[in-house]
Design a protein around this ligand. Structure first.
Ligand SMILES: Cc1cc2nc3c(=O)[nH]c(=O)nc-3n(C[C@H](O)[C@H](O)[C@H](O)COP(=O)(O)OP(=O)(O)OC[C@H]3O[C@@H](n4cnc5c(N)ncnc54)[C@H](O)[C@@H]3O)c2cc1C
Length: 376
């Protein structure tokens, strides 16, 4: 009798469980056929904190790629994949998205609408339709992401296909390279950690801001760009709008009926809590840009004021965007493990304010790089 040789799946560890780690893990698992373990010290579902930026995003898909050609491709791939996921009646995750009309408005001397050309039904806005001091504007279709639902969806999709999740703080990448994916598994019988030592075949770093202090990476180009938003309950708002200029103001309605009003981008500011004075500034700018934020019954009677928005507040949100001088780090190299094996290390972090916008395209690049490195 001939026994078929069993093909042993390669063991891959993804460090980080934010939108980047989760999306990367799914692509490696589903398209690459690898056995994937996610290791992280913060997850969606924990009490929200500043080590997990993904919980705090708006989030909409409006590319921030500028002239970066690599990022333009990544963002477009992500949009196409999310468009499929959100397809009415067919999309695997339709309920996590809201397809909507988006207006992008620009003050004189700001912005570049040319890079937005792939969004469906794009058109230049007539000057009479411009608001809040904008000099020009365009309108197109895109989608917003209901962040809490979508992160749960990604986690569930990964686990349902056999992925493993493990909680722990990695101090140095050498810890995983030596001990493997089960470093934080606890063996209850032996009352000890490290129940099983399994060699790791590839390590993917999706640590967001953590890449700054993670031993073996210690990327000093990574810094926080603080963001703050106000989430309103305003289900009557069903279109998005951004004004780019001296300030940056955006309105992101979610499918749930919540509306995220932002924002600020404060480089090298690590303060993890909402500031009350910023809340009022955001509401003032938000109302000027989008007076329909106020309840219809108020607008029928009089000009709305910021006070009309206060009763609609669900929460103040604040997150630290994992930004990086020089932009996103998406590259591979090989390192030597303690046992002498050469292990591919792939970096996928530094997405700043575009982690959702670039998530699937970045993950596809990781798959290509990892597969290439494993062939060597
Ligand atoms: C207010 C605001 C609005 C935003 N709006 C948008 C938007 O509209 N569209 C968009 O695309 N993006 C938006 N963003 C940006 C987006 O949230 C980020 O780009 C994205 O969440 C980054 O994801 P990440 O997975 O890289 O990082 P994170 O979500 O921070 O995840 C990092 C992971 O790494 C783990 N980790 C790090 N170091 C270690 C370690 N040493 N050991 C173990 N685990 C470790 C953490 O536990 C965590 O699981 C917004 C952000 C903010 C703050």
């Amino acid at each position: 009798m001939h026994l078929q040789p069993v093909e042993v799946q390669k063991e891959i560890v993804v460090l980080g469980a934010g939108v980047i780690g989760l999306t990367t893990a799914i692509v490696l698992q589903e398209k690459g056929g690898y056995r994937v373990t996610i290791i992280a010290d913060a997850f969606h579902g924990d009490v929200r904190n500043s080590r997990y930026t993904s919980d705090w995003a708006g989030a909409h898909h409006v590319t921030l790629s500028g002239e970066d050609i690599r990022l333009q491709k990544i963002d477009k791939e992500t949009f196409e994949y999310m468009w499929e996921l959100s397809e009415p009646g067919k999309g695997l995750a339709e309920g996590c998205f809201l397809r909507l009309k988006q207006e992008e408005l620009f003050e004189d001397g700001y912005g570049d609408e040319a890079v937005l050309n792939y969004y469906p039904n794009i058109r230049t806005l007539p000057t009479v339709n411009l608001k809040a001091g904008a000099a020009r504007g365009i309108e197109f279709e895109t989608l917003t992401i209901d962040v809490p639902l979508y992160l749960s969806y990604l986690q569930a999709r990964f686990l349902a296909k056999g992925g493993s999740i493990s909680r722990g703080t990695v101090q140095h990448i050498g810890q995983i390279l030596e001990a493997g994916p089960y470093i934080f598994h606890y063996d209850h019988q032996r009352r000890n950690f490290l129940a099983r030592k399994v060699p790791v075949d590839g390590l993917i770093i999706c640590a967001g801001l953590g890449a700054r202090s993670l031993g073996g990476v210690e990327d000093r180009d990574v810094y926080s760009a603080r963001g703050q938003t106000v989430i309103l309950r305003a289900p009557w708002v069903r279109t998005g709008r951004t004004l780019t200029g001296k300030d940056w103001t955006y309105i992101i309605p979610r499918r749930s009926g919540d509306v995220v009003v932002g924002g600020v981008k404060e480089p090298n500011d690590w303060y993890p809590l909402p500031r009350p004075e910023t809340r009022m500034d955001i509401l003032r700018r938000g109302l000027a840009l989008y007076p329909e934020l106020a309840p219809p019954e108020v607008r029928e009677k009089r000009e709305p004021t910021v006070d009309d928005l206060v009763p609609l507040i669900v929460e103040d949100a604040c997150g630290l965007r994992p930004s990086r001088k020089g932009g996103l780090r998406l590259e591979a190299k090989c390192v030597q493990a303690k046992d002498g094996r050469t292990v591919p290390l792939v970096f996928n972090y530094g997405h700043g304010g575009h982690g959702y916008i670039s998530s699937w395209g970045s993950a596809f690049s990781v798959l290509e790089m990892l597969t290439e490195e494993l062939k060597r």
